[in-house]
Design a protein around this ligand. Structure first.
Ligand code: TRP
Length: 370
């Protein structure tokens, strides 16, 4: 793989991603300024993740809005492969989904794919992925979704509901489709080969249009779902994609839940957050203070700055000052890290409280098979 190459699939992300190229490769649509205006007009708010291009691409979001304006409601769907504890990068599409739920007052489904992570991770048992599914559900609930309108689906638990839908889907996807989409080989286990039909199933759980906020690495599954939807008499799911969240150790690759050092978990203590960022957060600063003052830092590659931009500093005016001061050399890397540490720790203090409360709410959120 050469320096300007990159790979984006659900199970493997590598290299420095060029998002305009990715849009072309995947055949999605860039979120245009007209579309941004339209969303702003409907929701009455200019969400910073849209404004800053954290959500940068979509498939048929305009159709969802057309229908909504005609009075036809859609529902939301997203999910998580429970391969470990939740890290802060996972919260990006979930927080955005929560905003969408508030603005549009719609139903939301959250799928926990304990089966998928059992199939795809050689070292995880089904017991472990089930345990992480429960842990991840707490983080999801902690974000404040409407308990009346939100259901959590756990694949191994809710298979009774999912299976008949998955069977409809599976019959229309052949091996050469999945092979071409995911690069499967003869050695790939057959759980993986069937898996897309389970991730597709929640798209058709209600007879309404669905909008899926998701990391762009998950797009290939829904490309297949969209292809087969008309063949089973269903509407194609619409998607809105977020960029991959960099790991602490730098750009190129998403934050991975299996790499302890490069990851901030929602369960980390304030001192763990502080140590991880100080030790591991990739810096765009100069090697020493003298040079930094003279030459300034590079916020574009600085992970601490990027976390502020993506998530932790929604205020544009404040972010701009940080950007300028870092670039000019006025703000040192250590000072920038200190800003981020403070932001993450105050977020986590509240999140961890809500996560505790979620233990008493979980029953209410779990989907019940009929
Ligand atoms: N496969 C996803 C993951 O590994 C989990 C998932 C299931 C998902 N359904 C989804 C992600 C719908 C986005 C949208 O994390």
């Amino acid at each position: 793989m050469s320096a300007d190459d990159f790979i984006v699939t659900p199970w493997h992300v590598e290299g420095d991603i060029d998002y305009d190229k990715l849009i072309k490769q995947f055949g999605t649509e860039k979120i245009s300024s007209e579309l941004l205006e339209r969303i702003k007009k409907i929701t009455g708010e200019d969400h910073f993740m849209l404004r800053r291009g954290i959500f940068f691409s979509h498939r048929e979001l305009t159709r969802i809005l057309d229908e909504y304006e005609k009075g036809n409601k859609f529902f939301l769907y997203t999910g998580r492969g429970p391969s470990g504890h939740t890290h802060i990068g996972h919260l990006v599409p979930w927080m955005f989904a929560k905003w969408l739920q508030d603005k549009f007052d719609v139903n939301m489904y959250f799928q926990l794919t304990d089966d998928e992570k059992f199939y795809s991770k050689p070292n995880l048992t089904l017991e472990e992925t089930k345990k992480f599914a429960y842990e991840n559900a707490l983080d999801f609930i902690a974000l404040g979704f409407n308990p009346e309108k939100t259901k959590i689906i756990i694949n191994t638990k809710n298979i009774k509901t999912l299976y008949p839908i998955a069977a409809e889907v599976a019959k229309k996807i052949n091996f050469s489709n999945t092979k071409a989409t995911f690069g499967f080989t003869n050695e790939t286990n057959i759980g993986m080969i069937f898996y897309t039909s389970l991730q597709s199933a929640p798209c058709f759980i209600e007879d309404k249009p669905v909008l899926i906020p998701l990391g762009v690495d998950q797009d290939p599954h829904f490309r297949l779902t969209r292809d087969i939807a008309p063949k089973i008499g269903k509407q194609k799911p619409a998607l809105i994609h977020n960029i991959m969240i960099p790991s602490l150790e730098g750009p190129g690759g998403k934050m991975s839940a299996s790499d302890e050092k490069g990851t901030i978990y929602t369960t980390d203590s304030p001192s763990e957050v502080k140590n991880k960022i100080n030790k591991h957060a990739f810096s765009g600063g100069q090697p020493d203070i003298e040079q930094h003052r003279k030459l300034g830092g590079n916020p574009d590659i600085d992970v601490s700055y990027q976390y502020l931009r993506i998530f932790f500093e929604p205020d544009d005016a404040k972010l701009k000052i940080i950007h300028e001061d870092y670039k000019s050399g006025k703000l040192l890397s250590g000072e920038l890290k200190a800003i981020l540490i403070e932001k993450i720790n105050s977020f986590l203090a509240i999140h961890q409280e809500n996560r505790k409360k979620a233990k008493n709410q979980i029953e209410q959120f779990l989907f019940e098979d009929k």
